[in-house]
Design a binder for this molecule. Sequence first.
Ligand code: CA
Length: 226
Amino acid sequence: MYILIVEDEPKVADFLKRGLAEEGWQVDAAADGETALSMIQAGSYDVIALDIMLPGRDGLSVLRTLRNQGHNEPVLLLTARDAVPDRVMGLKSGADDYLVKPFAFEELLARLDALVRRRTGSYQDILKAGDLELDTIQHSVRRADQHINLTTLEFRLLEYLMRNKGRVLSRIDIEESIWGMNDEPDSNVVDVYINHLRKKIDKPFNKPLIHTIRGFGYKVEQSDEY
Ligand code: CA
């Protein structure tokens, strides 16, 4: 991911640059609005983190100019304190999200990820494995064009397995993701629900999609060997 950080405070800019680079991002930085504008006009950033209070041309002015020029890169505004008018102005000026300083790096990262995902559509609404389709918006499941009724827990379990398609998930991973921490380590709730799911999404069809990894856990995979 390619990001431009627009921040006039060298300490903050350095901290963000180092943190994001460690996360594998490609990072450019600008310390004032004019520089930011020319970099964005010349570059192809996946996302921009834009401080509002900048020397010279401020962040909101940069943002309005960009949007007027047809630049639609996702912009995360960094706003001082809890400046509500700033945030409202920012969103009206075409920002996609904002973060109030001081913020935790993890939150910045999560918001940037979300903006990029939204933009590239890589956070999928419809998950597929072979002829199985799970629609996370409609909360519906189909296999070979037949509608399948799942309970809420079965649905969440299947969604988790499908988001991790091809990956082997341990019983503990599954249990913690769907049921949260459990006091009873011997509980076989995961196996029970996997069996429910199998009856509905695998048994009536030719090829099973849920596979048991003996002694470890489960995975969803479309495989021709089965
Ligand atoms: Ca500033």
